[in-house]
Ligand binder design. Sequence first.
Ligand SMILES: Nc1nc2c(c(=O)[nH]1)N[C@H]1C(S)=C(S)[C@@H](COP(=O)(O)OP(=O)(O)OC[C@H]3O[C@@H](n4cnc5c(=O)[nH]c(N)nc54)[C@H](O)[C@@H]3O)O[C@H]1N2
Ligand SMILES: Nc1nc2c(c(=O)[nH]1)N[C@H]1C(S)=C(S)[C@@H](COP(=O)(O)OP(=O)(O)OC[C@H]3O[C@@H](n4cnc5c(=O)[nH]c(N)nc54)[C@H](O)[C@@H]3O)O[C@H]1N2
Ligand SMILES: [Mo]
Length: 758
Amino acid sequence: MSYSKAKVEEILNNTISRRSFLKGLAASGVLSALPGGVLEANEDLNTKIPYSGEKSYQTFRNACPRNCYDTCSIKTYVKDGVMQFIEGAQESTYTRGGCCVKGNSYVKRVYSARRLKYPMMQVGGKGSGTWKRISWDQAIDIIAKKLLDMKKEDGTLLGAALTKYSGNFGITHYGIEGMFNSIGYTTRLAGTPCWPAGIDAQNLDMGDMWCNDPEEMKDSKFIILWGVNPAANSVHSMKYIYEAKSKGAKVVVIDPIFTETASKASQYLQIKTGTDGLLALGMAKIIIDAKLHDQKWLDAHSKGYKEYKAYLDKEVKLDDVSKVTGIPLAMIKELALSFAKAKPATVWMGYGMQRHTNGGSMIRAIDALVAVSGNIGKYAGGARYGHLSTWGFNYAALSQAKPEGSVGYTGPEGAKGEFAQVGGEKAAYTDRFLNINKTARELLSAKEPKIRLLWVACKNVFAQDFDRNQLIRAFQQLDLVVVADQFFNETAKWADIVLPVTTQFEEYDVNVSYWHYWLSINEQAIKPLFEIKSDLEIAAMLSKRMNQLSKGSCTFPQSVDSKEMTIKEFNPAIYEQFGIQSWEELKKGPVKAKAVIPYADGKFKTPSGKFEFYSEKALELFGSALPAYLEVRKPYDRFRMTSPHSRWSLHSQFQNLEWMEDFHPEPYVYVNPDDAEEKMVSTDDMVAVFNRQGVLRVRAKVTDNVQKGTLMMYEQYYHNTIYNVNELVDDTSSDMGAFKTGAPGVALHDTFVNFKKL
Ligand SMILES: Nc1nc2c(c(=O)[nH]1)N[C@H]1C(S)=C(S)[C@@H](COP(=O)(O)OP(=O)(O)OC[C@H]3O[C@@H](n4cnc5c(=O)[nH]c(N)nc54)[C@H](O)[C@@H]3O)O[C@H]1N2
Ligand SMILES: Nc1nc2c(c(=O)[nH]1)N[C@H]1C(S)=C(S)[C@@H](COP(=O)(O)OP(=O)(O)OC[C@H]3O[C@@H](n4cnc5c(=O)[nH]c(N)nc54)[C@H](O)[C@@H]3O)O[C@H]1N2
Ligand SMILES: [Mo]
């Protein structure tokens, strides 16, 4: 199906979708942050857009599958087979009728002229920019033959590697891993760049990563938002925080940057980066010394409290805490005591905070503080990080058998961590797992067999991964790089073959969140545009061609329907958890899991069954049984540089779209006034930011939102600039992550740089 240019123009200029986009801007607090005049005349955001319930539209249920806390439930309005606009589903008390600014740009995103439309081949070689349109048959034939040749030459398919992360977290998208399962033992870039250190920390302390329903925060009496920026990264959570605040709760933000969230808090503490572990230990010591700790709960449900207290007594000096963290002692004391006195109190720990060489240790120290205060297992309390308790699907698309006679890996780098257990295999052979956070290094060094083919899906390696200089080399030495994506992204530039894939509006899927407790069906609302196909269809086409060339070489179904695959993901436990009889009920709107308070019974899945201040597993794996203070990485250059997430983009996505450019046309490096003065830099000056990794040219914005000695740049990708903050970020690991995710996290905020005016 294709559209005339005029039709596409009409869609893009559709006033209703533009107005809903502006509503998203307003909801994200973005408009208030901009100079006046961005709203067009007569675009009154307070007027209800008169489309809800209108009969002339066909409506569909969708969900935002991006890697975001909010995983919004969406209602999509279609006329004559064309998406007209979307809104947040009213049925979800979490999405509550509104999407964020990015979500409200979905119509623009789907019909963007920048989308990939046809399979393409880079005939001039990787990075040459010389592309030729090819047919699906040609593309799939090249890939299938390459795989079969490799198998013949190497005796195994371990030379084929998959890197996939967070482009789409819909459950059927695990069919991409399923495709790799179905061809034999292969190589996987395993682990996650996102949250692994914290996952390990929570698992060591509590035997699981599990958090209270965010909607409960409305009844919390004290909320610490610790290294998390929901006003940008989880806008739907803010209403609960505002409600609690309006009922008298104190909301404290602890962050090295004065963030959007900090601007909404009762109190903001500008901590020195990477010192939060010590602050948490200091607060716990103050609480215990004031006898405000919950001795009864600690006696009944914890292990090692005595050793932990002895550590605090002996090793934690409050004056040092103040000096190291940069927070006045009186303020720390006041914070600790008021936190301990308020019941229920809760801490939300962000993923940004644990991307340090001591990230896992910091999360452990904060978990311990919440435990000491007696807020674990309580309604509106809890040490919140994330959860996967609603993810109990069948993973039917994922679970594909290996072809008979497949030969795999037997070396020490084989199965490790949770990733290896996904397939539940007990075979002597395994897939080969490489560290996703050291992609460049791993691709270059993997031997016997070396990696020859790389499949990239739901992942923008060149935008989001680290050690970028080596990445080019790593890609260039591969025989065949296939990138399956919706857009011609940074990584596509280094591909041999690019395959255009569907958006969530062009396929079926099912979605849950790692934060809230809602379940949404994602219906196909429109036919795929141009020659675009879903990741599942691509897998099916590959299977068909491989089997034509060599019968039995691929077990993936040779034709798939995303709706049928979606239905196969459901099971009775999911129905029970969400109180529905059939997936079809989800067509009426999203549903919420039955309420559970994590750890309310005081039972933990740790070896002792208790909250473990003292963890033998932690001692064995990471060298410290207690959540002891671990110093952060030492500076290797003049300024620290952090690269957190932006409200304008979701990683490399959205900021590359036309509307987003209108509102946020270019990137900045944010510089403290003292540092700017030293370098004689003013706002809007072009500067070079550089270190031993690379150099970036970017405009400066002088602001004391960032502290002296620290630069900040958002991780973002613009359509027409070569801005890429990961030019400067190396691949140093964080302390934890390997226990549960197969690889340590990455200490991306422990980046050090210098800068000068150009
Ligand atoms: N708009 C938008 N929303 C998103 C995303 C996005 O890209 N854009 N990404 C999604 C994804 S994948 C994720 S992982 C989440 C991330 O959600 P968050 O964790 O909220 O986001 P980050 O921006 O990574 O980091 C949050 C904060 O951690 C702070 N921080 C860094 N180091 C330290 C430290 O040592 N101590 C303290 N106290 N704070 C520190 C940063 O300054 C930053 O303000 O958001 C999700 N939602
Ligand atoms: N400097 C710095 N780097 C970071 C971070 C940071 O804070 N600072 N954050 C890290 C974190 S928390 C994360 S989660 C990672 C995110 O890293 P990625 O998961 O690589 O992030 P995205 O940019 O969202 O890229 C996803 C790609 O998937 C594509 N895509 C979307 N839907 C589909 C689909 O259905 N099928 C296919 N085949 N492709 C699809 C998108 O178009 C996009 O190109 O980045 C990490 N990198
Ligand atoms: Mo993430």
